[in-house]
Design a binder for this molecule. Structure first.
Ligand SMILES: NC(=O)c1ccc[n+]([C@@H]2O[C@H](COP(=O)([O-])OP(=O)(O)OC[C@H]3O[C@@H](n4cnc5c(N)ncnc54)[C@H](O)[C@@H]3O)[C@@H](O)[C@H]2O)c1
Length: 347
């Protein structure tokens, strides 16, 4: 029985149509979009979409059988008094909408990645979300993928031994793509604080002297977490592959989560090597549904979500710290950064 009412701001792909794009793509476990996710969570009823492009809102209204649409999200939130607000607009609008929702009664927010476009925006979002006691998760869905969760469990239960390092083989754009990858590195490492970052922007034409960038840039670097785990952020041709390297076992994630390969230390002719082992089976459940379930659980219990806005801000800090390191000719920069006003576009 539904006990929470949800609305979605933005009526595009991630709101309700991206499921059609991944029908034959095993890396994505459907339902993928917010609307399709809510449809599978019995505790939540989706009651409205808002989009200035009202035709898009009407198209999703028909598809998901949702009672109302609006061309202004403020009007929708004021009229609907939703418990949960989904934010699926471009990232340039996330801060404005999250802050408005938090200040106008939302009890939980599911905000798409990238969190926002500057650390000043992130700080304002934290103040609004925490100030109003709002439960919060971002759409960095690898954190909610059951195979990625299995890796985290294997870190926690000691299967991997001591987690020494985590690797992403691609960064892509530091806000748009890498918000996913940085969040996964944080998740596997146990969501530690970030101590320092050292990096280089690899996008040609990047102007380190600007304070505002209209292009989300690619970068490569190293992140030192406070718990000793180190993340290596590579910029290779391999897309969305990852490794968690422990002193006993190594997990390598291939093809964006379609394959999980485990190797554990064993003796070969008197030498210790990492030998193939079986990655434990996991249930293929939708990350989107698991994320929404986590919000429902936090609302039901009054507890915290498993991710929360502070973790999302850590990924945003890594992005801007890579840029700051580049600006300082590759120096190690301590996190949190003192300069919070740099702004970068992300769609
Ligand atoms: N988690 C994932 O795997 C994943 C996948 C795709 C996109 N995304 C994220 O989702 C967000 C949206 O991406 P998309 O691909 O769905 O884009 P999209 O362009 O398909 O949809 C965005 C929608 O927001 C609407 N919009 C613009 N201004 C608005 C406003 N003021 N109020 C309400 N609606 C407004 C647009 O009209 C559009 O319909 C981005 O932050 C993107 O990074 C996440």
């Amino acid at each position: 029985m539904a006990r929470y009412r949800a609305v979605i701001v933005g009526a595009g792909r991630m709101a309700g149509t991206i499921d059609d794009e991944v029908v034959d793509y095993a890396a994505c476990i459907r339902p993928y979009s917010h609307a399709a996710g809510y449809a599978e969570v019995p505790e939540v009823k989706l009651v409205a979409f808002a989009d200035p492009d009202i035709a898009k809102a009407r198209a999703l209204q028909g598809r998901y059988g949702v009672p109302r649409v609006y061309d202004d999200y403020r009007e929708m939130i004021a009229a609907e008094h939703p418990d949960i607000v989904s934010v699926t607009t471009p990232a340039t609008l996330h801060a404005e909408i999250v802050i408005f929702a938090a200040e106008h009664g939302a009890r939980a927010i599911y905000c798409e990645k990238a969190l926002c476009c500057s650390l000043a925006e992130a700080d304002a979002m934290v103040a609004a979300v925490e100030g109003h006691g709002v439960k919060f998760n971002t759409g960095t869905l690898r954190r909610w993928h059951p195979g990625m969760e299995q890796v985290r469990r294997m870190v926690e239960d000691g299967t991997l031994g001591h987690l020494n390092s985590v690797i992403t083989y691609s960064v892509g754009s530091v806000l748009h793509s890498a918000s996913h990858f940085f969040d996964l590195m944080l998740y596997w490492a146990g969501d530690p604080d970030v101590e320092w970052v050292q990096g280089t922007v690899t996008s040609p034409g990047f102007d380190p002297h600007a304070a505002r960038w209209e292009e989300d840039v690619d970068a490569t670097g190293i992140v030192q977490f406070a718990n000793g785990v180190r993340a290596y952020l590579l910029s290779t041709a391999v897309w969305a592959e990852f490794a968690a390297i422990g002193t006993r076992c190594v997990v390598e994630v291939r093809n964006n989560g379609m394959e999980f390969q485990l190797r554990c230390r064993g003796n070969v002719g008197g030498y210790e090597e990492y030998l193939p082992a079986e990655f434990p089976p996991y249930e293929r459940v939708s990350p989107t549904v698991r994320l929404i379930d986590d919000l429902v659980h936090a609302l039901d219990t009054g507890g915290e979500t498993r991710q929360g806005i502070r973790t999302a801000v850590k990924a945003e800090e890594i992005a801007f710290a890579l840029i700051e390191s580049h600006r300082q000719n590759g120096a190690r920069v301590n996190v949190p950064l003192s300069q919070r006003d740099f702004w970068m576009h992300s769609h």
